[in-house]
Design a protein around this ligand. Structure first.
Ligand SMILES: Nc1ncnc2c1ncn2[C@@H]1O[C@H](COP(=O)(O)OP(=O)(O)OP(=O)(O)O)[C@@H](O)[C@H]1O
Ligand SMILES: [Mg+2]
Length: 286
């Protein structure tokens, strides 16, 4: 039976739903560590969609760590602001977790692995047994169940970084910020940890985690990310944002040898070497 024409007209007039707001919005962010000192970051603007894995690459000293600290409200910006689901970030939100490069300094050597992972759950309103159960579940998910009673210093570097990742995930963060997390491990362990991160990002306890991953390694950025933001040398500025558009799930061999992978990494290398990225007089694109 055909529907009345006015019903169809009304249905056609319904506008499409607005796109979901970004998880993170960074607007005109700048940082000077001292009033008369040089800028570490200048006018950085970008968004991170809910569930997106954004990689940030840039040369040493361009302000990547500074940017991550500002993103999670660990320090105040000199200009601009960061918004998490529309709310300004003034101090570290409990929905955020951070993983640093230097696991040996971020894990507590006097606590066993399980206690390190339970640590962020203090004050979360759980009983000790509840905290332990949650930590055990995350260790299991990270393939670490066999080392729960050992101390971090008894583990290899790759295992310690897995523990650091487990500790970041135990409080079920919505946003995971990673600062060169795999820079201190060997190449094989690094590839293994990249795949752990991909797994965690796509499905951690049946959720997709929003992640911002800072790295020097362009290939790593392309392998992991949905999008790569390219920063240039101090003061850090955004010179480009490149959609990776590689299918998931990714695999070390097939993904890295695909024509699209090579095209994206070459595009990023060209951007970093470009005149725009190396000369303050050129306007930057965001
Ligand atoms: N606490 C601080 N006090 C003063 N200056 C700082 C401080 N932290 C960073 N800087 C300066 O800010 C700039 C950016 O540093 P940042 O550590 O953010 O760079 P980065 O891109 O993370 O470098 P790397 O790739 O080597 O880790 C550098 O010039 C650095 O010397
Ligand atoms: Mg850094």
């Amino acid at each position: 039976m055909s529907r009345p024409a006015d019903t169809m007209r009304r249905e056609q007039a319904i506008p499409p739903p607005p796109p979901p707001p970004p998880a993170l919005r960074v607007s005109g962010l700048g940082k000077r560590y001292s009033e008369d000192g040089p800028a570490a970051l200048s006018d950085v603007t970008f968004e991170v969609a809910d569930g997106e894995l954004l990689a940030i690459v840039g040369p040493s000293g361009c302000g990547k760590t500074t940017l991550l600290r500002l993103l999670c409200g660990l320090m105040a910006s000199s200009n601009g602001a960061v918004f998490f689901h529309g709310r300004p970030v003034a101090r570290p939100p409990r929905e955020f977790a951070l993983v640093f490069q230097d696991y040996s300094r971020s894990l507590f050597p006097w606590l066993s692995v399980i206690r390190n992972v339970m640590f962020p759950l203090r004050g979360a309103g759980l009983t000790r047994a509840g905290r332990r159960a949650r930590a055990e579940a995350v260790l299991e998910e990270m393939g670490l169940h066999g080392v729960a009673r050992q101390y971090p210093w008894q583990l290899s570097g790759g295992m310690q970084q897995r523990v650091a990742l487990a500790r970041a995930l135990v409080s079920r963060p919505e946003v995971l910020l990673l600062d060169e997390p795999f820079a201190s491990v060997d190449a094989l362990t690094r590839a293994e940890l990249q795949d752990v991160l991909l797994r965690v990002h796509s499905d951690f306890e049946h959720r997709r985690v929003t992640a911002v991953h800072v790295t020097h390694d362009i290939d790593e950025a392309v392998y992991l990310a949905d999008r790569v933001l390219v920063l240039t040398s101090a003061p850090g500025r955004v010179v480009g944002s490149i959609d990776v558009e590689l299918p998931r799930p990714r695999a070390q061999t097939t993904t890295r040898s695909s024509p699209r992978f090579l095209a994206v990494r070459n595009q990023i290398h060209a951007l970093i070497a470009s005149k725009e990225a190396n000369d303050d007089r050129y306007p930057v694109q965001t």
